[in-house]
Design a protein around this ligand. Structure first.
Ligand SMILES: *[C@@H]1O[C@H](CO)[C@@H](O)[C@H](O)[C@H]1NC(C)=O
Ligand SMILES: *[C@@H]1O[C@H](CO)[C@@H](O)[C@H](O)[C@H]1NC(C)=O
Ligand SMILES: *[C@@H]1O[C@H](CO)[C@@H](O)[C@H](O)[C@H]1NC(C)=O
Length: 245
């Protein structure tokens, strides 16, 4: 499992060197890269540029400018500062179970079962079962034809990361649907107590088409009615304009 999470605590640091004072903002961060890998960082920025930081992996302060290198050297000699940073790192570690508890909660997928356009016209039908926004990544989509698992003519994508910790997956079933056949997509996932079934309803697709045809027909009808009205109006006006003699 690859998890990266950042806890941010903003604070303002005042660092004094002998003659002058530096003012910037500091970020104290706990980077959770895995259950037993925590990196604690105390970073000092000035004008948005990272000047120096304490990195728990290194166990010391590092400066990136001449001045900060000097300061880092001084701080690294100061046992009290280093001990404080060790304590902060420990605070990060104690938060690990909490962070992982929140992050490892399963998120149930939204599933859509629909007719997909087949790129190859020789395949008359391709059903697509899509699961969106689920976590964790492990999921199983199974096609059922009249309750029996269908394995042939099934293709699937990998679990695709959305980039927001959530995943999506798409499974395809190429079929020549038989009338009255029941096709469903079964979803098994950590967020579900038991497998969830999504049934393919060919009539709903046909209904949608009927509705589309109906709407198109209505619009066409309207166009004819309107043009008819215009035609009729023209006729009447011309009739009126025709002088009687
Ligand atoms: C902290 O130090 C380790 C070891 O040098 C390094 O791999 C890591 O990139 C550092 N982290 C940051 C944010 O600089
Ligand atoms: C399909 O499902 C319907 C409703 O659940 C059921 O009445 C019918 O017998 C099923 N057909 C087949 C072939 O299993
Ligand atoms: C799989 O697809 C092929 C070619 O389209 C077809 O001949 C075959 O019957 C399909 N298999 C099933 C189980 O539907």
């Amino acid at each position: 499992m690859h998890i990266r999470c950042t806890l941010l605590l903003t604070s303002v640091f005042l660092l004094f060197s002998r003659a002058d004072a530096y003012f910037g903002y500091g970020l104290i961060r706990c980077l959770f890269t895995s259950k037993d890998d925590v990196v604690y960082l105390a970073q000092l920025y000035f004008n948005k540029v990272l000047q120096g930081q304490y990195n728990s992996t290194l166990g010391k302060y590092v400066g990136y400018t001449e001045k900060m290198k000097e300061i880092a050297d001084e701080l690294n000699k100061n046992q009290r500062f280093l001990e404080q940073e060790k304590k902060n790192e420990q605070k990060c570690r104690t938060n690990v179970p909490l962070v992982f508890d929140v992050l490892s909660r399963p998120v149930e997928p939204t599933v859509k079962l629909r007719l997909a356009e087949s790129p190859e016209s020789e395949h008359p039908g391709m059903l697509m079962c899509s699961a969106y926004n689920f976590y964790p990544k492990q999921i199983k989509l199974t096609w059922l034809r009249d309750g029996k698992e269908a394995t042939s003519n099934v293709t699937s994508t990998d679990e695709l990361p959305n980039g927001n910790w959530l995943y999506q997956i798409h499974s395809y079933l190429e079929i020549i649907p038989k009338p009255g056949e029941n096709i469903s997509c079964m979803v098994e996932h950590a967020s579900l107590m038991e497998p969830k079934f999504y049934d393919w309803d060919p009539t709903s697709e046909a209904e949608k088409n009927k509705i589309a045809i109906g709407v198109a027909g209505l619009l066409l009808g309207l166009v004819f009615v309107l043009s008819g009205a215009v035609f009729y109006k023209r006729n009447t006006t011309s009739r009126i304009l025709v002088p009687t003699s």
